[in-house]
Unconditional design. Structure first.
Length: 302
């Protein structure tokens, strides 16, 4: 019989009594576990099970995660694992898997490796032939997209735009070249800047600012590009909190030239590596190789 504290919707702790005869039965693997993005009650029961049973938890910030884990009675040892230490510690993670241990990777909020640390170690573990197992749950990206009312496919996730002005403009233009739904993350101190750029560059597109998802001040602001900056400036309190920005598909009719370019790119990509297909299409159409490469692969660099 095990006793475990559990969460109800309003983040209050309750005591759960359950029969659990399994002791560390998890096979060696890296478990990529989603954490709440605000509402602690969103921590999935399976996430609690796995986090209780692994030998070690790799946490982006042990203090942040420690609070929620303690509230559900998880006593598993944690070590810090963030973007600065990820590359250096990846080898130790593989060594630990070699010794037969099971490990969980968590970030401060949401799903690891989604604009959070984890991508490097996950690739390393896969290359070394060990299992990576998802324990799915909250993610600001899917939460915002799911309520946007915009088509989920095709959609393109850009995470955070660069912070430097020229790179920011360039990346935003690359994004806006896609006709489908677009999703961005943005920090509160840059949200007005992004709103201003959307007003100028995303003319005609519908925008959703998904603010403070799952939290007390959750707000879904549906607005048109052209009015974004003034919505924030009208009330400075609106700048507070966390945001996902979702743009509806471009309403502009696509020219036959755009269709031909897409077709050409697709045909070349069937026979050639993406960088070569992008380079040849760029030579024939004058569209930047970077934009075409990104269209093919979702990545900005070859
Ligand atoms: N891995 C996380 C996930 O699965 O969503 C994302 C981590 S990223 C460092 C943090 C960004 O995610 C924030 O700046 C914001 O854009 C978005 N975000 C996280 N929690 C959010 C929330 N509760 N409401 C709105 N956006 C959120």
């Amino acid at each position: 019989i095990s006793f475990r504290a559990g969460l109800v919707g309003n983040n209050k702790t309750v005591l759960i009594v359950s029969q659990d005869l399994s002791i560390n039965t998890l096979p060696p693997a890296l478990y990529v576990v989603a954490m709440p993005i605000g509402q602690w009650g969103d921590l999935a029961p399976r996430a609690v099970e796995v986090l209780s049973q692994v030998n070690l938890i790799l946490a982006e910030d042990t203090r942040v995660s420690g609070q929620i884990l303690k509230s559900v009675g998880i006593l598993t040892r944690m070590v810090s694992f963030n973007s600065h230490s990820e590359v250096g510690k990846a080898g130790k993670v593989v060594e630990s898997l070699e010794r037969g241990n099971s490990l969980a990777l968590i970030s401060d909020a949401g799903t690891p490796a989604i604009s959070d640390p984890g991508g490097f170690v996950i690739r390393r573990v896969i290359e070394c032939g060990y299992s990576v197992i998802p324990i799915p749950g909250p993610c600001a990206l899917t939460a915002a997209l799911s309520v946007s009312g915009f088509p989920a496919a095709p959609s393109h996730f850009f995470g955070f735009l660069p912070t430097k002005s020229s790179a920011r403009d360039q990346e935003l233009e690359t994004a806006l070249a896609y006709a489908g739904t677009l999703i961005f993350y943005e920090a509160p101190h840059r949200i007005v800047d992004l709103a201003k750029r959307l007003d100028l560059k995303a003319v005609g597109r519908s925008v959703l600012f998904a603010r403070e998802l799952t939290k007390t001040h959750e707000q879904l602001i549906r607005i048109n590009a052209g009015k974004c900056e003034s919505w924030f400036i009208d009330n400075p309190d609106r700048v507070r909190g966390e945001f996902v920005i979702v743009l509806g598909p471009s309403k502009a009719k696509r020219s036959s030239y755009e269709f031909e370019t897409d077709q050409l790119l697709a045909i070349l990509a069937r026979e050639l590596p993406p960088s070569k297909a992008a380079a040849l299409t760029s030579e024939l159409t004058g569209i930047s190789k970077r934009t075409l490469y990104r269209q093919l692969t979702g990545k900005s660099e070859a």
